[in-house]
Design a protein. Structure first.
Ligand code: EPZ
Length: 431
């Protein structure tokens, strides 16, 4: 196990520039799309995070050959040699479910371990399975594995009961190689979904309605390789934007896509931060002395992202007044509140709402995070908690943030990574 230790004599005021990495939630479906063609894909601006390693390991087990050099992956699946995504990898990363659609579409068979629940919720995959069944896949659940088979998927009309990011991604990928036309309704609008569709079109897929709620896909017999650049990680960007707002900082973020950050920019502006364009793909975030309280309701894109909920909770502990955060996407995504309370925050959880009263001074302590974004929230808290804050089990953080301690050190933060000897049992992961 490893920990991060932050030494905070007086609260930091982040100053300087930080470069945002490629989006974890865009690179994972892009890598899965390599299963749809026998030709090579070259993917650039890849974030060097644990989940990318896990996805590449999984794809290799399915028959992929790849080379990862700096931030570029060259990957090719000449032949799918196995249809099985083993439990140990699916347990390590729920996004492994993204190989389901491509495997059935290209190979006619997929055996993917059922991703269990995780720290942030039960995380069912019924919408993925119902959609594939509508495309003609025969699906059974055997010994904890999804077994999906179809000689050739047939286009169909599918309406998602609720917006699902990886559900939309799985069905779009499957439909690309189905026979006939597929119409997907109530699709997720996240930029990562749009970016996947753009990649698939570059590979020769026939897709109309990219970036819209209704997507039409005309199946083709095969797709070809291409070169593709991963979009910036809007959640990493949002995390650093909150860091600047929290520490009355003056931070320039480079390599961002401002149009993906509108909901985050709105809420940060209401809290009192000043945000201005600092270049085509750069933003400047200036924190204010007085942080204003506000209510937040998480929602599917373009609403306020659930993946920014934990980070905003830290900011609201320093806001004058009462803030109510309502989490509408996941049923158990407030675990970080208990750890913030241990640092001195005043938070009360009532069902899907967190009521935060501030400002409350935070003091450093040893804390542990149970999921990726909760870990990020504790790092943010460590920037303003006086004394020393030790965040344990940071392998969650390493799944989605590339070299976060190096980026913070470059902004003046006294932070170090500590290797621990004690081994404790790790809960199931999410992602
Ligand atoms: C994606 O997860 C992201 N992961 C998550 O990011 C993100 O929090 C989530 O979308 C919501 O934006 C990746 O893209 C790899 P959903 P996903 O399907 O696709 C329910 C992070 O920190 N649902 O959009 O699994 C589900 O329980 C991770 O980077 C069903 O009921 O989320 C949830 O309540 C965490 N049945 C809601 O829909 C299904 O078949 C939205 O889930 C699928 C989902």
């Amino acid at each position: 196990m490893e920990s991060l230790r932050i030494y905070t004599e007086t609260p930091y005021r982040l100053r300087g520039q930080v470069t945002i990495s490629g989006a974890k939630n865009a690179v994972l479906p892009a890598l899965a799309a390599s299963l749809l063609t026998a030709e090579p894909l070259q993917i650039t601006n890849v974030p060097l995070v644990k989940d990318v390693e896990t996805m590449l390991t999984l794809l290799q087990e399915l028959g992929a050959q790849y080379e990862l050099k700096k931030k570029t992956v060259n990957i090719q699946v000449k032949k799918i040699t196995s249809p099985q995504a083993p439990y140990k990898l699916v347990r390590a990363m729920r996004a492994s479910i993204l190989v389901l659609g491509p495997l059935v579409a290209r190979k006619g068979k997929a055996i993917v371990a059922l991703p269990g629940g995780c720290a942030i919720g039960t995380r069912p995959v019924d919408l993925h399975l119902n959609g594939l069944q509508k495309l003609g896949a025969h699906i059974t659940i055997e010994h904890g594995y999804i077994v999906a088979e179809a000689r050739r998927l047939q286009g169909a009309e599918i309406e998602f009961e609720k917006k699902t990011v990886t559900g939309t991604e799985n069905l779009v990928m499957a439909a690309c190689l189905a026979k006939g036309e597929t119409i997907l309704k109530n699709c997720a609008l996240e930029p990562e979904v749009t970016s996947l569709c753009e990649l698939l079109v570059r590979m020769g897929a026939k897709i109309d309605g990219v970036g819209e709620e209704t997507i039409r896909i005309k199946g083709v017999d095969e797709l070809n390789g291409t070169r593709f650049r991963i979009i910036p990680d809007r959640i990493e960007a949002g995390t650093f934007m909150v860091a600047s707002a929290l520490t009355t900082g003056d931070l320039i973020l480079n390599g961002v896509e401002p149009k993906h950050l509108e909901a985050i920019i709105d809420k940060l502006t209401i809290s009192g931060a000043k945000i201005e364009k600092a270049g085509h793909h750069s933003l400047r975030v200036i924190g204010s002395e007085e942080i204003k309280a506000q209510d937040i309701v998480t929602a599917p894109y373009p609403g306020f992202p659930t993946d920014m909920q934990a980070q905003f909770m830290v900011l609201m502990t320093q806001a004058r007044g009462t803030s109510i955060i309502t989490e509408t996407i996941f049923d158990r995504r407030f675990a970080h509140a208990n750890e913030l309370i241990r640092l001195g925050a005043n938070i009360e959880i009532q069902g899907d709402k967190a009521i935060i009263k501030g400002p409350t001074p935070l003091s450093g302590a040893e804390v542990v995070a149970t999921d990726l974004r909760a870990s990020a929230c504790l790092v943010l808290a460590g920037l303003i908690a006086t004394g020393q804050t030790t965040i344990n089990d940071i392998e969650h953080l390493d799944r989605g943030y590339e070299k976060i301690e190096e980026k913070l050190k470059a902004l003046g933060v006294k932070i170090e990574r500590i290797k621990n000897n004690n081994h404790n049992n790790n809960g199931a992961k999410h992602g």
